[in-house]
Design a protein around this ligand. Structure first.
Ligand code: AMP
Length: 420
């Protein structure tokens, strides 16, 4: 069958079987994040474009080339959110959440939009779950945030995960370091790609995110590490984070090249990767952003968070082969059974059972075949002869045991839920 229209490149239709499996993972994520005392926040899908320009930084890839922005009929410049930290901090400031408590722990699980080149694990509409812990400057908060991300992947039994961690120190050393970095790399300008030359000029720290092997080789051989420029206070903070991770039995690699792309990061940066993912191997990324609350109009407030891609998690879990279970399939035989069938189905659904009712007036044999295909745990057969005698047949599709019971007894029958 041909369709006149197709979904947009980089987006995906998620069909019922996959929705069922995704929902199960989502429920699990909600449960874990709530178990740390984080409360869910939902912000609008679009915001004023300036929020992202100010929050993420003009020279980042996201802002310079990946945002879906438009001017609406009222003349407002709007953008489909490409990340959630800036909107969450906008909401934190707007609703004065700091007045409720000196510490605010929030989490989200929702869709984002970036006009990137689609490939495995990279879409233009994708979902992230993440946390933002706002209010504490202490290393125990860093350790908690990293351990939440780690715990989600561990509890879901994701294999081969690798925690990479670094610190980029406070914002005040950045300018000095970037000057040094530029000095050491300017002479390689001819060997760098156009994109990397742009990065060198506008946002040299981002060169570390380059996927170009030549650039990485030049960095390896020539670039100073920001880690070597940080203050003693920042170094102590970082060492305490590592000590706490040790005591939580979380292994990590200190990767001095991990600086992460967005302008708002300060101090701790981290990523959790999985070898099973291929080129786009990052499951999650995060870090401290002690300046963002202030940058968006609030009082100076320390904060740290992470964001993790749901689609990449689903790729590594690779367990999307289960069907949405159905408890009961009601087989209707003859027109007289229709009214009764619909009524019984409604009443059983009120008892927290999932019930499918025949809608195609098919033969009993093909209804039975359909019930098998849908893995129904029970069928209820409403035949005209039985209905005349006020009877009904219930069949356990697993044990194949069949009972003829009176119509009224159906609501007292013990149906075991399908746990598929
Ligand atoms: P970021 O917000 O860029 O730090 O990304 C955080 C996480 O979101 C990454 O580690 C990925 O797991 C996921 N992610 C980022 N961009 C995409 C994308 N275009 N498609 C799917 N997942 C993504």
């Amino acid at each position: 069958m041909k369709s006149l229209y197709k979904n947009i490149k980089g987006t995906k239709d998620i069909l019922p079987k996959d929705c069922y499996n995704i929902k199960k993972i989502e429920d699990f994520i909600h449960k874990i994040l709530q178990s740390y005392g984080y409360g869910e926040i939902r912000t609008p899908f679009f915001e004023t474009t300036n929020l992202f320009i100010r929050g993420i930084g003009e020279s980042t890839d996201i802002v310079s080339k990946e945002m879906y922005s438009w001017i609406d009929q009222g003349g407002y410049n709007l953008t489909l959110r490409p990340e959630l930290t800036a909107p969450v901090i906008r909401a934190y400031n707007q609703h004065q959440l700091s007045a409720i408590s000196p510490i605010t722990k929030l989490y989200y699980l929702s869709s984002l939009f970036r006009r990137e080149r689609p490939q495995k694990g990279r879409q233009r509409q994708f979902s992230q779950f993440g946390v933002e812990a706002i209010g504490s400057e202490y290393p125990e908060q860093d350790a908690e945030v990293i351990s939440i991300a780690h715990n989600v992947f561990k509890s879901l039994k994701v294999d081969n995960i690798n925690v990479r961690i670094n610190t980029i120190g406070s914002a005040d050393i950045r300018e000095k370091y970037i000057q040094e970095l530029k000095k050491s790399l300017n002479k390689f300008s001819n060997d760098l790609s156009e994109t990397d030359n742009k990065r060198l000029k506008n946002n040299a720290l981002r060169l570390f995110d380059s996927k170009d092997p030549t650039c990485q080789k030049i960095l390896d051989e020539n670039a100073p590490f920001i880690y070597d420029y940080i203050s003693d206070k920042d170094l102590n903070h970082f060492n305490k984070v590592l000590e706490l991770l040790d005591s939580l039995n979380i292994s990590y690699n200190h990767d001095k090249k991990l600086v992460r792309g967005l302008d708002y990061y300060t101090n701790t940066t981290f990523e959790i990767c999985s070898e099973s993912l291929g080129a786009q191997d990052a499951l999650c990324g995060g870090g401290r952003y002690n300046k963002l609350v202030e940058q968006l109009g609030g009082k100076p407030t320390a904060a740290i968070g992470f964001a993790a891609g749901l689609e990449r998690l689903l790729i590594v879990l690779n367990n999307q082969d289960k069907c949405q279970p159905i408890d009961i399939y009601i087989i209707l035989i003859g027109e007289k059974s229709i009214n009764k069938g619909l009524l019984i189905a409604e009443k059983l659904r009120n008892k927290n059972l999932s019930v499918n009712v025949e809608m195609l007036r098919r033969s009993m044999k093909s209804q039975m075949r359909d019930a098998n295909k849908l893995n129904a745990k029970f069928t209820i057969m409403l035949g005209e002869n039985e209905l005349d005698k006020n009877e009904i047949i219930v069949r356990n599709m697993v044990s194949r045991k069949q009972d003829k019971i009176s119509l009224d007894d159906i609501y007292n029958f013990t149906f075991i839920k399908n746990q598929e």
